[in-house]
Design a binder for this molecule. Structure first.
Ligand code: SF4
Length: 315
């Protein structure tokens, strides 16, 4: 979608750096091999960055009074303040990132369901978030963030790469917000938005075209909050079907009854789970080659992620 490569932050152990408490790593094949072809990485190890050595004692999140603290309980050391200082120091320098892959379950890097031990150490709930990732997501609420383990799910993988690519492009708009730029951005991503979230599609379209009670920066910010919220969840078969039928409408005067039926049957077979998404998309591409429609051809929906990952083949 954009000419320069996105830069994606990554927990350093996920790309093979031996920074874990036991001097090991947690290399992810997908991240370190496949995603690396599409993006440049900015590896970060918050524990090493906040001054911990390797090897080091294990640490965990634990309730202390009203607060969740980052504790080395064996040695009675509280690492919360040093981690907070590291976060304050590094986060301002990460505004150029277009995404972040964090290591699951870590009390520093985990994004969800991180273990939080009760104050007396006798029980735990899996409802926490690592302190670094918590601060990262608070400072950059639009930034696509995903865990290494969740990227083994092909649907979540496709959706993360898609969000990185869209956000990377949005960063140009954020840097130079103009009404013309916003219109062009929306026009290109309209069907993607529709596939992911029809109510937001209906809200954001009028927002783009109408007078806004605020600056263009605020308008772009409001729009992008909606767009990234819409993309946060993968599109469903129903959402894709909606878009495919919308595209079908553009050809109604071009294709004959037999082709119409073939496209309709392929879309419905996809919706019923009997065909992958690539099947109706291939029929659409075939028709587009004969009956060019610039508006449809320019839609990011047709090519939301780089083809070398072949992400949509699995959906
Ligand atoms: Fe470092 Fe985060 Fe990996 Fe722990 S999970 S070793 S803090 S990068």
């Amino acid at each position: 979608m954009s000419s320069n490569k996105p830069i994606v932050g990554v927990s350093a152990c996920v790309v093979g750096q031996q920074v874990r408490f036991d001097t090991g790593h947690k290399r992810s094949f997908f991240v370190d091999q496949q995603l690396r072809e599409l993006v440049d990485f900015k590896p970060v190890c918050p524990e090493m960055g906040s001054g911990m050595p390797t090897p080091r004692p294990t640490i965990r999140l634990r309730w202390v009074g009203e607060q969740i603290r980052l504790m080395d309980d064996k040695n009675h050391i509280d690492h919360t303040d040093s981690m907070n200082r590291f976060n304050e120091q590094i986060l301002p320098s990460l505004s150029h990132l277009s995404g972040f892959v964090v290591c699951a379950k870590s009390p520093s890097c985990g994004m969800e369901r991180v273990k939080v031990v009760q104050e007396d150490g006798k029980g735990a709930e899996r409802n926490g978030r690592g302190l670094f990732t918590q601060a990262l997501m608070e400072r950059y609420p639009l930034l696509p963030v995903e865990e290494d383990g969740r990227l083994n799910d092909l649907n979540l993988r496709e959706n993360f790469v898609l969000r990185v690519m869209v956000y990377h492009e949005a960063q140009t708009l954020i840097a130079e917000p103009t009404q013309h730029g916003l219109l062009a951005f929306h026009r290109k991503h309209k069907l993607l938005l529709l596939a992911h979230n029809e109510p937001l599609y209906r809200q954001l379209g009028p927002l783009v075209g109408s007078e806004f009670d605020g600056t263009i920066e605020q308008k772009v910010d409001t729009y992008l909050k909606g767009m990234m919220k819409a993309l946060a969840k993968p599109a469903t078969r129903r959402g894709h079907t909606n878009v495919l039928q919308h595209i079908q409408g553009y050809f109604k005067k071009d294709i004959d009854a037999g082709e119409k039926q073939h496209l309709q049957d392929t879309i419905l077979a996809y919706r019923a789970g009997r065909l992958p998404l690539m099947a109706p998309l291939a029929v659409v591409e075939h028709i587009l080659a004969r009956y060019p429609k610039p508006y449809i051809e320019q839609q990011s929906y047709l090519h939301p992620t780089p083809e070398q990952l072949a992400l949509r083949c699995n959906l």
